[in-house]
Design a protein around this ligand. Structure first.
Ligand code: RTP
Ligand code: MG
Length: 147
């Protein structure tokens, strides 16, 4: 079963949106297999966003993501990587459709509420970076075969 790494950014935590965001992924039918509220270090942030190292916004991005607690999660389900990205909406809230998380809750690219892995490779890397294997649980649900 496919897994993805999702992280509610400091703005989402400060605005008390954790519950609403978790609800959306539960409603969709995905399974939460790991979660924790953490304060990420500068080194972790730089590793997480390494693909953007040369971009002009990198410093601000690292500063923002380390500015307060984030809610890190691993979700499991069919096509969870791509479907989560669709549920998050476009990076710039100006382009994010209503009904998406960023479309409904965000107004600025730099404060866009949630991160989600963008490929199977980044999901594997990000999950391993933020979670120990024993922090991820495997459990049966009776609705498993329907979704
Ligand atoms: P994320 O990695 O956080 O899930 O977001 P994403 O895939 O939708 O967007 P990405 O291109 O990976 O950019 C990572 C984060 O950097 C900030 N950003 N700022 N000022 C800018 O032009 C700019 N572009 C990107 C955003 O916070 C974005 O989520
Ligand atoms: Mg990204």
């Amino acid at each position: 079963m496919e897994k993805t790494f999702l992280m509610i950014k400091p703005d989402g935590v400060q605005r008390q949106l954790i519950g609403k965001i978790v609800q959306r992924f539960e409603d969709k039918g995905f399974q939460l297999i790991g979660a924790k509220l953490i304060q990420i270090t500068k080194e972790q942030a730089e590793y997480h966003y390494a693909e953007h190292k040369e971009r002009p916004f990198f410093g601000e991005l690292v500063q923002f993501i380390t500015s307060g607690p984030v809610f890190a999660m691993v979700w499991q389900g069919h096509n969870v990587i791509q479907l989560s990205r669709t549920m998050m909406g476009k990076t710039n809230p100006l382009d994010a459709a209503p009904g998406t998380i960023r479309g409904d809750f965000a107004v600025q690219t730099g404060n866009n509420i949630i991160h989600g892995s963008d490929s199977p490779e980044s999901a594997a890397r990000e999950i391993a970076h933020f979670f120990k294997p024993e922090e991820l649980l495997s459990y049966e649900r009776s609705i498993q075969s329907w979704i």
